[in-house]
Structures are given as structure tokens and as C-alpha cells.
Design a binder for this molecule. Structure first.
Ligand SMILES: Cc1ncc(COP(=O)(O)O)c(C=O)c1O
Length: 368
């Protein structure tokens, strides 16, 4: 067997739309990016969507658009891909780590309360592996303390909390189109926001800080003053054309992932192993960007990964614990436990039922 961990799916029409963009000669940010943004905004129900070059860029731009920088503190969950915390570091602010709940792998609201200081400017809850963070409580904490919320929704296209799509709760939502995500443009990211000023600022920051003004000279030349520091975080029209096609398959991909997750859950529970299948809390829609289990017997996860890989099964750790990395400080026992004991199994549209059965069977055989 040769079962990859993840496999992006591109409809047959994708080649044609790429060719059409190439023929126009407009290959940087242009009409296709604008169309992709409109489509993404409509899908999430957010007023604005701003396409950028990656999920990391989306986080960086959002933080800057809210004026976060040196001397500020931003609360991030310990158990996440380093990009969440690194984006805070980019701005000169200090990432403060909060521990997670082990059922959803999302940030613990009480931990946020415990970590708030007079310097706290924002919280970045991560919708871990596609499971929404507890947004009602997080928004309440943010309101009480007058701090921003930026949702790291990198893995959570289409996920819902209380029937509302993620990306609508915070001042901004940040999504990724990396190939391990539910839909992909190769590389890419999207910022969603319902705040006009954040949207306008984000557009300026992604494009070198370029703000168009009319110069008062005889030629009426339009030149920018570059009044704020910006970056080149633009998305190319080639990738946006791919993204537009991906939007057509998003709901189907989510439903297929949810079906596969249920199959995995049933099989794992059936064999009664000391392996915890992921759960879906009440009131949320999990989109299973990754299917992550918690191995009950400590110090056996790495051996399980090796054994499954020997059987031709692509698998890896759940994700990282920032407190275990040199660039971060903190003590987060649940995050550390999840870093050591979680296992991501294959999950993608096109994974066959008999392959899921084979994977769970191999897990059973190799679980010691
Ligand atoms: C939780 C989380 N945040 C941010 C990112 C960064 O996204 P990108 O790889 O598109 O920069 C990722 C994924 O890679 C992620 O999983």
C-alpha cells in the first residue's frame, strides 16, 4: 500500500483556467484575485476577504492592521504550527502561550483569562485541525478586556461555531491554502473581516504599503505616498484562478472528510484500543483538515509512526508545542502531552474506505 498523509484535489478544469490566465499576460494580483476574494467572502458570509501569499502572511498582516507591535502581548495556544506564534514575533510583540483542552486541541478559555495582563492586545485562537475554538467564551473575554481576536483558521475552511462560519467572530480570520489544507492553491492565504478599516489597511500592507493618491501637478499623475510600511504579500492571479475552482469543491470535500472521520471513529472505537478518536463538541462543525488521534500509552507514538510508515501509510505528529521550541517560553502540560502523543492519519478526498480499514488494522497490529 502507498497511502499519502494528504493529497490536494484539483478538478480537471483547473488546467484550462491556468492557461487562460497565462494567455491574458496578467499574472500578478489582478481580476482573478478580486473574483476569488468575492467568492470567499460570500462563502463565509464575511463582508471582506483579502487574498495574500500564505496563511502566515494573513496572520502577519492582520496583526499589523490592528496596530500590534513592540511591547504588546498576544495570547496564542501552545499546541499549534509555529507560524501562529512566529507571526506575533514578526511584529516585535511577545507571544504568550496558553494551554489547550485535550478533547478539541483548542485553546482553554480559563488559560486565556489567566494570561491576560495590561499589555495584552490580542488573542489568536487556532481552530485546530478544523475544530472551531470555543468562540462564545473567547469573544466574551475579549470584550471584557477590550482586546482583539484574530482567528487562526488556517486549517478550518468551512468550519462552523453555532451555525456561523469561522472567520466571522474575530476582528479578522486567517486561512491557508497550503496543500495539506482542505482546499489548496499551492501556497496562499485569505484574511476575512467584517471591519472596513481593517480590510483597507490589510490591502495596503499586503501591497508594499501602497496607498494611491492623486498628485496635484499638471499631469494629474497618480502616485503613492507609501505612508505605512508594507510588504509584498500579494497572491498571483494564476493561484487565484486555481482558488476559484477550489471553492466549487469545498463543501463536497468537507462532507467527504466528515464521512471518512466517522468511519475512522467507528473502526477505532470498535477495536477498543487505548487510542482517543477526535471528537466534535456540541454546537460546532468540525471539517477534519487533519484526522488526529491521541495515543494513550505514553512514549509509543513515535514507534507507531515508524511502524505505520513501514506499512506504506503516510502519518506524522499532530502538530508542535511552542513551549517545546527554543523561540518560546512557557509551561503547557496539555500542549506538551499532545505534541508527544498525537498522531495524524491520512485524510483527503479520494481516500478509500478499504484504505481506512487497512490503516486502522495496521494501527491495531502495531499498537504496543
Ligand atoms: C494553525 C496554522 N496556522 C498557520 C499556518 C500557516 O499557513 P501557511 O503554511 O499557508 O503559511 C498553518 C499551516 O501551515 C497552520 O496549520
Amino acid at each position: 500500500m502507498d497511502i499519502p498523509l494528504a493529497k490536494p484535489f484539483f478538478p480537471a478544469t483547473t488546467h484550462k483556467v491556468i492557461e487562460e490566465v497565462l494567455k491574458t499576460g496578467w499574472v500578478t494580483q489582478g481580476p482573478k484575485v478580486a473574483e476569488f476574494e468575492l467568492k470567499y467572502a460570500k462563502y463565509t458570509g464575511c463582508k471582506h476577504a483579502i487574498a495574500v501569499s500564505s496563511g502566515t502572511a494573513a496572520l502577519h498582516v492582520s496583526l499589523l492592521a490592528m496596530g500590534i507591535g513592540k511591547g504588546d502581548e498576544v495570547i496564542v495556544p501552545d499546541f499549534t504550527f509555529p507560524a501562529t506564534g512566529n507571526a506575533v514575533h514578526f511584529t516585535g510583540a511577545n507571544p504568550v502561550l496558553a494551554d489547550i483542552d485535550l478533547d478539541s486541541y483548542c485553546i482553554k478559555p480559563q488559560e486565556i483569562r489567566d494570561k491576560i495582563t495590561s499589555k495584552t492586545k490580542a488573542i489568536i485562537p487556532v481552530h485546530s485541525f478544523g475544530h472551531p475554538s470555543p468562540m462564545a467564551e473567547i469573544m466574551e473575554i475579549a470584550k471584557e478586556n477590550d482586546i482583539f481576536v484574530i482567528e487562526d483558521a488556517a486549517p478550518a475552511h468551512g468550519a462552523e461555531f453555532g451555525g456561523i462560519k469561522v472567520g466571522n467572530f474575530g476582528k479578522a480570520g486567517c486561512f491557508s491554502f497550503h496543500p495539506r489544507k482542505i482546499i489548496s492553491t499551492g501556497e496562499g492565504g485569505m484574511i476575512t473581516t467584517n471591519d472596513y478599516e481593517v480590510a483597507e489597511k490589510a490591502k495596503t500592507i499586503r501591497n508594499h504599503g501602497m496607498d494611491e493618491i492623486t498628485k496635484h501637478d499638471n499631469l494629474e499623475l497618480k502616485l503613492s505616498t507609501f505612508s505605512i510600511l508594507g510588504y509584498n504579500y500579494r497572491m498571483s492571479d494564476i493561484l487565484a484562478a486555481i482558488g476559484i475552482e477550489q471553492m466549487e469543491i469545498l463543501d463536497r470535500a468537507i462532507e467527504e472528510r466528515r464521512r471518512l472521520a466517522k468511519l475512522y471513529n467507528d473502526l477505532i472505537r470498535e477495536i477498543g484500543m487505548d487510542v482517543a478518536a477526535p471528537l466534535e463538541r456540541n454546537n460546532v462543525k468540525h471539517v477534519y483538515q487533519s484526522y488526529v488521534v491521541l495515543i494513550g500509552k505514553q512514549n509509543t507514538r513515535n514507534a507507531t509512526i515508524k511502524a505505520l510508515r513501514n506499512e506504506g501509510i503516510g502519518c506524522t505528529i499532530g502538530t508542535y508545542s511552542l513551549s517545546n521550541l527554543p523561540l518560546y517560553d512557557g509551561l503547557c502540560p496539555n500542549g506538551t502531552g499532545a505534541f508527544n502523543d498525537t498522531l495524524a492519519l491520512p485524510m483527503y478526498e479520494g481516500l478509500e474506505d478499504k484504505e481506512v480499514e487497512y490503516i486502522v488494522d495496521c494501527l491495531k497490529q502495531n499498537y504496543k
